[in-house]
Ligand binder design. Structure first.
Ligand SMILES: [Zn+2]
Ligand SMILES: [Zn+2]
Length: 150
């Protein structure tokens, strides 16, 4: 994200913490910043590594616990594909993903027709839909190039 929207996100996050009565700690801020700066939907481990390289005192447990808090506050989104490790998304608005089945890269993908999907009636299942994301699975450019080279 660019500097300006980064600053806006940080201010918005500080506001969320305040309205929830949670202290806006340095730890919370650096963890949130790491997710803003990592653009490939990082895993909890990747967030930890990024945070720990600049803040050697921070523990893995602290990072994991704060990630849960960030998701609960709606500051970041949790992305999960069944059977895969949980990843975090700096974007919380409606958007979709291109998921590479070889290297697991996840790229944001915006498409009006997907945004306008009519959510099917799931009441027969006793299930109430709150939200949806479309994951288009396939092979990314880098993996395809590697395949052609070999
Ligand atoms: Zn790939
Ligand atoms: Zn995303």
């Amino acid at each position: 994200v660019d500097d300006r929207s980064r600053q806006e996100r940080l201010e918005a996050f500080e506001g969320i913490c305040r309205s929830e009565g949670l202290p806006y700690t340095v730890q919370r801020r650096v963890i949130f910043e790491a997710i803003l700066d990592l653009d490939d939907h990082p895993t909890a481990d990747q967030v930890f590594e990024s945070v720990a390289s600049a803040n050697p005192g921070i523990s893995r447990t602290t990072v994991y616990r704060n990630l849960d808090t960030l998701v609960r506050l709606g500051a970041v989104a949790r992305l999960s594909h069944p059977g895969r490790v949980v990843r975090y998304d700096r974007r919380t608005d409606l958007h979709h993903h291109l998921v590479c089945t070889r290297c697991n890269a996840v790229t944001d993908f915006c498409h009006e027709a997907l945004d306008a999907l009519r959510v099917p009636d799931t009441s027969d299942h006793g299930f109430e839909v709150s939200d949806y994301r479309v994951h288009l699975r396939g092979t990314c450019n880098r993996c395809r190039e590697q395949e052609e080279d070999s």
